[in-house]
Every structure is written in C-alpha cells, then in structure tokens.
Design a binder for this molecule. Structure first.
Ligand code: TEU
Length: 561
C-alpha cells in the first residue's frame, strides 16, 4: 500500500454567512407515542416529555423536533391530523403543550413542531365538509377528479402505503387523491384560501413561542396531478417563498423541510439563503443507498460504505458556501443506526459512538433520534402481529399476495420496518423499560434490561457521555460548526475519513466501519501532532501516515498551526 498526497483544492473564500442559533445547535427528535408515558395508558404523552427535560438538558441539545401531537385518529400515528390547533387527548392538552414550550425554553431548548400539510386526516372538519358536497367551500381544499371510463380511478397511481392513490366518494361522485393512505387526503395547495388557512395556523403556533417547523413531505405540495408530477412540482418553490413572506420572515426560527426527491441539483433551491424558503432539508440519498434499487426498503441490500460516503460528501460540498445541511442517520421512519450501519451485538457501544462521531463531525445541524444516545437497536420482531406500522402491515399483505414468503418479509422488516425505531424508549431495566407502568402500545425491545438510560449513564464510557461531548464541541469550536469538509480515502470500503478546515484550524476525523482491525494509510499532509477532541478507544494525538484502527474505532484530532 502506498501513501498518496491529498489533492484537496485550497479552501476558497466563503461569502459571509449570517450566523443563526441553529448553526451550532443539535436537534433531538421525540416520537411522542414512544418516549415517556406519565399516566400508565401505554402511550407516551406531553407530561412524560416534560418529566424528561432534564435528560435532554444534560445532553445539551438546542431544540426538540416533536413528531405530531395534534388531534388525530392515529391511522399513521399522528401524521394524519384532524385538528391543527388541538392536542390529541392521549398526549394531553393545549395547556400541557404551553407548559412544555415554556419549561423547555427555561432550559434553553426550543420546540420545533411537525407541520404536516401535504395532507390532513380524512376526519378533519374540512374533509368532512368537502366530501358532503361539491358546493362546500372546503371541497376545493382537496384534490378531486371524475371517474375514468367504467368508473375506474382517474389513473393507476399507487399510494405509498399500498393500494390505489384514489378513493371514491359516493356523495360527490368523485375520486379524491391521497399520496399516502386513504385516511390522509392530499390538500389542494392550488387553492389560495387553503394556503391562507395554513399560514394562519403556523402564525398561531409561532405566537405560542415555538422555535420552528419540520415540514413533512414538503416537496409534494407543488404537485401537478394531471401531469402526474408529485415530487418537486412546478409550484413548490413559489409556495415556499409565499410561506416565507407570509409567516417566517423576521422570525428567529428554524425551518427544516423533508424531501425524498431532493437531489444535489435541486437542494439549493430549497435552502440557499437568498431564496428565502427554508433553512435546510432532510435529504435521503445516503439512506436510499441501503435500499434495493428495484425492490425497495423491504428487500434491503448490504450496506455499501463507498456509496454512503459519496452521498454524504456530495451534500457537504453542495452546502460549502450556501445552504445548510440537516444531518441524521435515524428517524421514526428508519431503522436503528447501530443495527443498520454497524454492529448491534458485541461491538454495539463502539459502533454507536463511531456513527455519532462521523455524523456530528460533519458540517450541518445534527439530529439525534430518541434512544440513539444510548445505542438502542432494531426491534427484531418475529411475527407480523407484533408490528403496528400501517406501512409494514399493508406491504406485508401486498407482498404475501404476490407470493413472497412470510419469513422473507419479516427478515426485510427486521432490517428496515419503521417500527424498529418506534419501540418504547428504554429508560431503565424495570417494568415496561420505565416507559410506562401500563401495557405499552407496541412491545418493548427484549434487550431493555441491558440497554437503557440508567445503565448507559452509569458507565463512565457511556454512549450518552460521548454524544454530550460531541454536542458541546459543535457549540464551542468554530471549525466544527463552520469549517469546510474535505473527504479523504473515498474508495475505502472500511474507513470513513475526512477533514474539516477553518482558518488555521484543521480537524481530522477517522472511523472504522468494520469489525476487523484496519491498516490505514493517510496522505502525509494530514498527519502530525494534534489535540484529541474525541475518541472511542485510546486518545490519539500523534497521527502517522500508517496507523492501525481497532474494530469500530473512531476519533477526531484538532491541529491548529
Ligand atoms: O414520511 C414521508 C415518506 O414519504 C415516508 O412515508 C416514506 O416514504 C416511508 O417511510 C418510506 O418507507 C413522512 C413522515 O415522516 C412519515 O412518518 C409519514 O408516515 C408520512 O410522511 C406521511 O405523513
């Protein structure tokens, strides 16, 4: 093996970027149903979250992204909202919500609400009126089309959660469109009155003191149904600019859009500062790297580090001078990261710390998904009746009908079902993992007696302490918040390596993604004597061109000349 010189371009002068609070903050996502249950009904709630704010303050996070807590029939666990200005009774009341906002604020933590406005619930008052009469003003808040010849749906589009994307309504003799389940009719953003309702509702929440919005599948709102353009349709950016003008301008809040279609070609259209749309987008190219190209998420392909790095580094490059990245490996729709990307057995603790190091040393705003900070793992359910997620259940029916063996489907679901991330937060080794005194709505992971907050935090080498340290480094070091990213060893299928640079400061980050020892050969100009910022094994100071890394070892070293 020969060591090469790195051919990184000299860092160009960046245009001046206004600093905002969220540039140095770390977010923490709470899935309320599974976080903490204060009243023993088996379902997490807002009072439960308030009781755990100390845990989040210790971790040092700057804001919470709260998955939906609004009134909802819970067909999709709250991503089907029946009243945007009310709280689901099982989660609490508006007074609880106000208390959460103010108690979090007292600890320096903002609350970012989930804004789910591509669709509402079919039980929203708007849809109830819309489906009764073509003449109701709300009828046009949704997307309706006449039946095709013979009463068939207008086209053959399928819904994300299975089945056709069109459902017939007898009373109005029309089909309505739903990109997701029939219980989630798409809102018609072409209607200005609907847009005004959404803006008004957003202002109502901002007046309650929230810190921003995470915008669910926002890339779908500009769709052109007749051209069958759903993602990033012609009106997406005009609608986002209008929303910015009407609601966001002048507010020190953060906006994060979710987009499954955004690409390096379209990324800056959402988040370049001068466009006045969003601050950052959740993009999924690194996630899709782990999916089967034709068969999708329930037939995952083996993890490929080279493709994963390519995707992450491409976005680091894209946001070098404008725009900003939202950094994440897990959320409520994705598997647990130690299980998916590394090892959730013997090497679990080092795997969890390694993945954290990699993500938190990149440029952008990192998000920690509940339980990630203690290295929670996939659920490993063995039977379909243990699953609760409508996507998993619908796809099971569908694939069994197509001849897939149940065991084969369960193997895919074990790897990629959304329920992997939705089992209750493991607080301690007691009943219900300390999540609930009752019967949890979904089974607790069977490893809760070994993997829980109490156990992890009693360990001086804990995963939690590692995360807390990473969160602090971002707040304290300019090079971590703002330094440019330079990939190293892009072709290595075992090692992720990169540098961050700002002024005279340089940080070298190395991570071994394998269970084997790895010999690493570094460009000479990356080596030298530095200060170890973070490490999973022994502290590294002197970096030689040839070094050996332990299984799942990771570290970051700061050089300042
Ligand atoms: O997810 C968007 C979305 O497209 C996912 O459903 C995704 O396709 C799926 O997880 C891939 O298997 C958002 C929310 O995060 C998700 O929880 C909701 O179910 C969905 O929107 C509908 O609101």
């Amino acid at each position: 093996m020969t060591c090469q010189k790195s051919h990184a371009p000299a860092p160009a002068e960046a245009p001046e970027r206004l600093e905002h609070w969220w540039h140095r903050a770390t977010g923490y996502q709470i899935y309320p149903r599974s976080f903490a249950d204060s009243d023993g009904d088996g379902v997490g709630d807002i009072a439960g979250i308030i009781g755990k704010l100390g845990h989040l303050a210790d971790l040092g996070v700057g804001f919470i992204w709260l998955s939906p807590v609004y009134a909802s029939p819970m067909v999709d666990n709250g991503y089907d909202i029946s009243d945007y200005r009310a709280i689901a009774p099982e989660y609490g009341t508006l007074a609880d919500m106000d208390r959460l906002i103010s108690e979090a604020r007292d600890r320096g933590i903002g609350i970012v609400m989930d804004l789910v406005v591509n669709h509402s619930s079919s039980l929203h008052a708007w849809f109830k009126a819309a489906r009764k009469s073509r003449d109701a003003p709300e009828h046009d808040y949704y997307i309706w089309r006449e039946a095709a010849a013979g009463g068939a749906p207008p086209d053959d589009q399928e819904a994300v959660f299975g089945g056709p994307a069109w459902t017939w309504v007898e009373e109005v003799q029309r089909y309505y469109f739903h990109y997701f389940s029939p219980a989630q009719p798409d809102l018609n953003w072409q209607n200005p009155a609907l847009r005004a309702e959404v803006h008004d509702m957003m202002r109502w929440w901002l007046d309650r003191g929230i810190a921003g919005f995470r915008m669910d599948v926002i890339s779908l709102i500009g769709k052109d149904i007749d051209q069958r353009i759903y993602e990033e349709g012609p009106d997406l950016h005009p609608f986002l600019q209008e929303m910015h003008r009407e609601v966001i301008t002048g507010q020190e809040i953060v906006t994060i859009g979710e987009s499954w279609s955004v690409s390096p070609e379209t990324g800056l259209l959402y988040c370049a500062q001068e466009r006045k749309e969003l601050d950052m987008v959740f993009e999924f190219s690194h996630i899709r790297e782990g999916w089967h190209p034709e068969l999708g998420k329930f037939a995952p392909k083996p993890f490929d580090l080279v493709g994963f790095k390519r995707a992450l580094f491409e976005w680091q490059e894209l946001t070098r001078h404008e725009g900003w990245n939202a950094l994440f490996l897990t959320n409520h729709d994705l598997p647990r990261q130690v299980s998916f990307y590394a090892d959730d057995g013997e090497h679990r603790r080092n795997s969890a710390r390694m993945l954290a190091t990699v993500l938190h040393m990149l440029k952008g705003t990192p998000f920690i998904y509940q339980g990630e900070e203690i290295g929670m793992t996939n659920a490993r359910f063995e039977r379909i009746d243990q699953y609760r997620d409508l996507e998993t259940l619908n796809h099971f029916e569908d694939q069994i009908a197509r001849g897939v063996a149940p065991e084969e489907f369960i193997a895919g679901a074990n790897r990629n079902s959304r329920d992997n991330a939705r089992t209750p937060m493991q607080w301690d080794a007691g009943h219900g993992a300390g999540f609930s005194t009752g019967t949890p709505w979904i089974e607790v992971n069977s490893n809760a007696d070994q993997i829980n907050v109490a156990q992890d935090r009693s360990d001086p080498e804990s995963i939690f302490a590692h995360y807390r340290h990473l969160v602090r480094l971002r707040r304290e070091l300019d090079v971590i918040a703002f330094g440019e990213t330079e990939p190293l060893l892009p072709d290595s299928s075992a090692i992720m390596a990169f540098q961050r640079r700002l002024g005279s400061a340089r940080v070298l980050v190395l991570a071994n993604f394998t269970a084997n020892r790895q010999a690493v050969c570094l460009p000479l100009d990356t080596c030298g004597e530095g200060r170890c910022l973070v490490s999973s094994h022994r502290a590294r100071r002197r970096i030689d061109p040839d070094l050996e890394m332990a299984p799942f070892e990771s570290f970051a070293v700061l050089f300042d000349s």
